[in-house]
Design a protein around this ligand. Structure first.
Ligand SMILES: NC(=O)c1ccc[n+]([C@@H]2O[C@H](COP(=O)([O-])OP(=O)(O)OC[C@H]3O[C@@H](n4cnc5c(N)ncnc54)[C@H](O)[C@@H]3O)[C@@H](O)[C@H]2O)c1
Length: 258
């Protein structure tokens, strides 16, 4: 049940996270936006409030246990409960052959993409167990399932998040807490456009050719939209998905089928 619930969305300041905040708000949830970027959080909060629910930004650096602990405490004090947690924030990490990845870059990628979701769950679970209800969605990636060369830290974290999702789902199912992962394919928008442009320049090809290659990987010959991810998250948090847990749901226009 999304309506009337309180949701925390990490990395809700922009991109997919913002779309998730708006989708949950449209279904009637109050939304806490936990992000490092103050200005972007404020913009998302304003969009959330247009839906007639509360949009509540809390500056949180997911690399900091103290920040996470304080954020969860503040939300419980302010809203009384946390019903939905979406671990969306993630960083790309370095693009380099494995032997050129600096240990510090590895640690930073793990800190945001894997340790952050673990700590958020760790802090939120006691109150979810107490109320006997919770819906957790972890945003992984198709890169959690298939290789992406020169991105070992990111791929490792995203696959780790799927393992974390399955094991946590098995631990907390009896408390009516569902834990699922969503695995997006490349999401259309300015970010992927910059990647395509850089690749085109590096390969002496056109933007259209590089984009065409990416689209051709999908049976539907297209990329996905951030709203596709948001709607899937919203569905997994709804009562229609009460008996769906421990899953990793691809939203990739068919690019990945396992
Ligand atoms: N965009 C894609 O094509 C794509 C594909 C597959 C998976 N994903 C995953 O989806 C999620 C969202 O991706 P996006 O493209 O919207 O990213 P984005 O970079 O546009 O947004 C990420 C958000 O996370 C926040 N953030 C970063 N580090 C943080 C930290 N230490 N503490 C708190 N917040 C932090 C940023 O401020 C930002 O608001 C990520 O986990 C990403 O790995 C994205």
């Amino acid at each position: 049940m999304v309506s009337g619930s309180t949701a925390i969305v990490t990395g809700g300041g922009r991109g997919i996270g913002r779309a998730i905040c708006c989708a949950l708000a449209a279904e009637g949830a109050d939304v806490v936006i936990a992000d490092i970027d103050r200005e972007e959080m404020a913009e998302t909060a304003a969009l959330v409030e247009e839906e007639g629910v509360r949009g509540y930004p809390v500056q949180t650096d997911l690399r900091s246990f103290e920040d996470i602990e304080a954020t969860v405490e503040e939300v419980l004090e302010e809203f009384g409960s946390i019903d939905i947690l979406v671990n969306n924030a993630g960083i790309a990490g370095p693009t380099a052959e494995c032997e050129a990845v600096e240990p510090e870059e590895w640690d930073q990628t793990m800190a945001v993409n894997l340790r952050g979701p673990f700590l958020m769950c760790r802090q939120v679970l006691p109150s979810m167990k107490e109320q006997g209800y919770g819906r957790i969605v972890n945003i992984s990636s198709v890169t959690g399932k298939r290789p992406l060369t020169q991105r070992t830290p990111y791929a490792t974290a995203k696959m780790g998040l799927i393992g974390f999702t399955r094991t946590l789902a098995a631990e907390v199912g009896e408390d009516d807490i569902n834990v699922n992962a969503v695995c997006p394919g490349s999401v259309d928008g300015p970010r992927i456009d910059r990647v395509f442009e850089a690749k085109a320049e590096a390969q002496g090809r056109t933007y259209e050719e590089v984009r065409g290659d990416a689209e051709a990987e999908s049976p539907r010959r297209e990329l996905v939209q951030k709203e596709d991810i948001a709607q899937t998250v919203s569905y997994l948090c709804s009562s229609s998905a009460d008996r769906i847990t421990g899953q990793d749901v691809n939203v990739s226009a068919g690019k990945v089928m396992y």
